[in-house]
Design a protein around this ligand. Structure first.
Ligand code: MV4
Length: 451
C-alpha cells in the first residue's frame, strides 16, 4: 500500500489528486515551479518542493527534477494528473528503474497508443471499427494518392506522433493531395521528429464521443459509459456531458463493448479513454486512445457515483477492480471549463483575481485551484476552474448549470463564463444537436462571442 504519493502536476488536478489521497489516508508531496509557490496544491499537500523556474520545460516537464523530489521526500508513487508528464512512457520507465510506482498504464501501452497509426492498427486487430484508410504509415506519394482515390475525398492526413488535433490536414480534392501530403509530412517531422503520417476517410460533421475505461492488473476491464465532447474550439474542449444525448442504450452497449475489447487487446491497466467519431447515420469509428485521467473525468464520476482518482490509486497498488453489482448510471452531468480568457477573442487573461465566489447547492461541484486574490500566472494553461453539475435529466442539468454560471462571480480577469451561458441558451445545444462543427456555427451566429 502506498504511504506517500508525489503529484507531478499543478492547478485543479493536483488538488483533485490530493483530495483522493487524503481520503485514502495517503500522505502527499506537491511539486511546484517558482511561479506556483502560493498555489493551493502546495498549501494543501503535506509537503511541497520547488522543482524549478516558471517555464514548464524547466519544472513540471523536468523529469530529473520530479524524480529527485520523489527520492528526497521518500514518496513511493507518482500521480501525473493530465498533461505534462502523463503520457511520457519514458518517465514511467525511469520511475520503475528508481523503484517508484507509477499511477497509470504500463509504459509500453502508453508508447503503443501514443503512436496513433499503431493504435489504429490495434483497433483493426481487435475488431473495432475504424474509418477506411491506411493500415500502415504512408511512405510513398503514388501509393497514398491511389489509396485516397479508393477511399474517396475528402480524406484526412494525420501524424502518427500527433493526436488531439495536432498534425492533421484535410484534403478536399485530388489536386491538392500532393501539396497537403508533403506539408503534413514536413510539419510532422518538424513538430514531433517523426514524419510518419496515415490517411483516413474524413467525416465532415461527426460527434466526438469517448468512453471511460478502467483496467486492473488481473485482466479485468470495464467501461463507465461515455462523454459527449463535441463542443470544442481549436481542439480545446469547452463543455462536456454524460450521457451523450446521441446514444440509445443499444448503441451505448455496442460502443462500450468495442472500447472494452480494444482495452483488453492491449492489456490495459488503470484509467483510460477510447475516443470515437460518431457519424450522422450512427456508425462509429475508433479515433484515438488517451492513456491518462482526463480533464472531463468528473462528469463520469457524477453519473456513475465513483471516484476515478481513488480507483487509479487502488489499482496501481495492486487491488482488483470492484465490479460486483456493476455500475449503474444515474441522471445527467455537464462540465463547463472556466478559462481565464477573453470570450471575444479567446486570448488568455492572466492576472489577479479580485473577487471569487463559486456557486454551490445540490448537485454542484467546482474543481478549482483559484481563490480570491490568487494571481493566475501567464506560463500555463488558462483553465482556472471546472464547474460540474448533476441532476435527474439533461434539461434539469442545463437549468442547474445556467443557475450555477449566473452565481459564479469572478472579477479581475476575463473568463469564459459568458460564453458558456450563451451555449446553454442555444436552441441546437438544448435539443442535443451538437457536432464537432457546433462552435464554428455558434460563433458565426454570435460574432460577439456570447451574451
Ligand atoms: C477526424 C475527423 C474526421 N474524420 N478523423 C480531431 C482531433 C483528433 N483526435 C482527430 N480529429 C478529427 N479526426 C476523421 N477521419 C475530425 C476530427 C475533428 C474533431 C474531432 C473531435 C472533436 C473536434 C474535432 C474538430 C475538428 C476535427
Amino acid at each position: 500500500m502506498f504511504k506517500k504519493i508525489l503529484i507531478a502536476n499543478r492547478g485543479e488536478i493536483a488538488l483533485r489528486v490530493i483530495h483522493a489521497c487524503r481520503e485514502l489516508g495517503i500522505a502527499t508531496v506537491a511539486v511546484h515551479s517558482t511561479a506556483d509557490s502560493d498555489s493551493l496544491h502546495v498549501t494543501y499537500a503535506d509537503e511541497g518542493i520547488c522543482i524549478g523556474p516558471p517555464q514548464s520545460t524547466d519544472s513540471y516537464l523536468n523529469l530529473n527534477a520530479v524524480i529527485s523530489a520523489a527520492e528526497i521526500t521518500g514518496a513511493d508513487a507518482v500521480h501525473p494528473g493530465y498533461g505534462f508528464l502523463a503520457e511520457k512512457a519514458h518517465f514511467a520507465e525511469v520511475l520503475a528503474e528508481c523503484g517508484l510506482s507509477w499511477i497509470g498504464p504500463k509504459p509500453e501501452t502508453i508508447r503503443l497508443m501514443g503512436d496513433k497509426a499503431k493504435a489504429r492498427q490495434m483497433a483493426i486487430k481487435a475488431g473495432v471499427p475504424v474509418l477506411m484508410g491506411s493500415e500502415e504509415p504512408l511512405d510513398d506519394l503514388t501509393e497514398a494518392l491511389e489509396l485516397a482515390s479508393r477511399v474517396g475525398y475528402p480524406v484526412i492526413l494525420k501524424a502518427a506522433a500527433g493526436g488531439g488535433g495536432r498534425g492533421m490536414r484535410i484534403v478536399q480534392h485530388e489536386e491538392e493531395f500532393e501539396h497537403q501530403y508533403s506539408t503534413a509530412a514536413n510539419e510532422a517531422t518538424a513538430a514531433f521528429g517523426d514524419g510518419s503520417i496515415y490517411l483516413e476517410k474524413y467525416l465532415v460533421e461527426p460527434r466526438h464521443i469517448e468512453f471511460q475505461i478502467f483496467g486492473d492488473r488481473y485482466g479485468n476491464v470495464i467501461h463507465l459509459g461515455e462523454r459527449e465532447c463535441s463542443i470544442q474550439r481549436r481542439h480545446q474542449k469547452l463543455l462536456e456531458e454524460s450521457p451523450s444525448p446521441a446514444l440509445t442504450p443499444a448503441l451505448r452497449a455496442e460502443m462500450g463493448a468495442a472500447a472494452v475489447q480494444l482495452a483488453k487487446a492491449v492489456g490495459y491497466e488503470n484509467a483510460g479513454t477510447i475516443e470515437f467519431l460518431l457519424d450522422v447515420d450512427d456508425s462509429f469509428y475508433f479515433m484515438e486512445m488517451n492513456t491518462r485521467i482526463q480533464v472531463e473525468h468528473p462528469v463520469t464520476e457524477m453519473v456513475m457515483g465513483v471516484d476515478l482518482v481513488k480507483m487509479q490509486i487502488q489499482v496501481a497498488q495492486g487491488e482488483a477492480l470492484k465490479i460486483e453489482g456493476g455500475f449503474v448510471p444515474r441522471g445527467h452531468a455537464i462540465e463547463c471549463r472556466v478559462n481565464a480568457e477573453d470570450p471575444e477573442n479567446f486570448r488568455p487573461s492572466p492576472g489577479k483575481i479580485i473577487t471569487f465566489h463559486p456557486p454551490g447547492g445540490p448537485g454542484v461541484r467546482v474543481d478549482t485551484h483559484a481563490y480570491e486574490h490568487y494571481v493566475i500566472p501567464p506560463f500555463y494553461d488558462s483553465m482556472i476552474a471546472k464547474l460540474i453539475v448533476h441532476d435527474a435529466d439533461r434539461d434539469a442539468a442545463i437549468a442547474r448549470m445556467s443557475r450555477a454560471l449566473d452565481h459564479f462571480v469572478i472579477e479581475g480577469v476575463k473568463t469564459s463564463i459568458p460564453l458558456h451561458r450563451g451555449i446553454l441558451q442555444d436552441p441546437a445545444f438544448q435539443a442535443g444537436q451538437v457536432s464537432t462543427r457546433f462552435m464554428e456555427r455558434y460563433l458565426a451566429k454570435k460574432p460577439d462571442g456570447a451574451n
